[in-house]
Design a protein around this ligand. Structure first.
Ligand code: CA
Length: 248
């Protein structure tokens, strides 16, 4: 059973979330503002802080907003996984959410099954982060969702990239972006298509969120991220995943 903190001032949304998380076998706590959440998560000292496995954090809250709360938690060394609920469906909000330390985000209004799947993703990731060392390849189930190219392995079910003996853990959104690029291998995909299909954001006012993600993915995949081979920039369009690039 996982302990999940819901930070949401809209009572009907908070109650719906609690009901469904409890039905999924979790222990859910609801608070209506960021200050209460910070008190619970940080406590007066580390001894009085309460342990949660994940936080669902609304952005629009009375008083301190969700961005500020996430930033304060990270600054205080609290790295509980955060799923941020952004009210406005804008790329700027998404970018700000990730910059302040959210692990994942969902624009409102959201579909409940999607939210529950995202929470599951966060919890799974947390469990893996606590399991050291990662399970060897031979111990994985046969139906693992794995893609191999050029000496690299992307394990979508374990949410990790393996290059030689290096293992990079992926966030939910890194994993989804990589899956999208792999699915469209060798084709140029535009930033607005990525925003729409991966992030679910339709007003592409700011595409820097994607660029930051691609920079991170290149760091995982490329030996020399300065000269990206697998995740190429297509000028004026976006990006293209090339599984077997020709040597320069
Ligand atoms: Ca709210």
């Amino acid at each position: 059973m996982s302990r999940i903190l819901i930070v949401e001032d809209e009572q009907h949304i908070a109650n719906g979330l609690r009901f469904n998380l409890e039905a999924d076998g979790h222990d859910a706590t609801v608070v209506g503002d960021a200050e209460s959440a910070l008190r619970l998560l940080l406590g007066a000292s580390s001894e009085t802080a309460q342990a949660f496995d994940a936080v669902i954090l609304d952005v629009m809250l009375p008083g301190k907003d969700g961005f500020t709360a996430a930033a304060e938690l990270r600054a205080a060394g609290q790295f509980v996984p955060i799923l941020m609920l952004t009210a406005r469906n804008s790329a700027a909000d998404v970018l700000r959410g990730f910059e302040t330390g959210a692990d994942d985000y969902l624009p409102k209004p959201f579909d409940l099954p999607i939210l529950l799947a995202r929470v599951k993703g966060l919890l799974r990731r947390r469990q893996w982060n606590e399991q050291e060392p990662p399970a060897p390849e031979t111990a994985r189930s046969a139906d693992a969702d794995v893609y191999r190219f050029d000496g690299r392995t992307i394990d979508f079910s374990a949410m990790e990239v393996r290059v030689g003996d290096k293992v990079h853990r992926l966030t939910v959104m890194e994993c989804e972006l990589l899956r999208y690029l792999v699915k469209h291998a060798a084709q140029p995909v535009s930033r607005s298509a990525i925003l729409q299909d991966v992030w679910g954001v339709s007003d592409a006012v700011d595409t820097r969120a994607i660029d930051n993600f691609v920079v991170r993915l290149r760091r995982y995949l490329d030996d020399q991220p300065g000269t990206p081979r697998f995740l190429q920039t297509v000028r004026g369009v976006g990006y293209r995943f090339v599984p077997s690039p020709k040597l320069p």
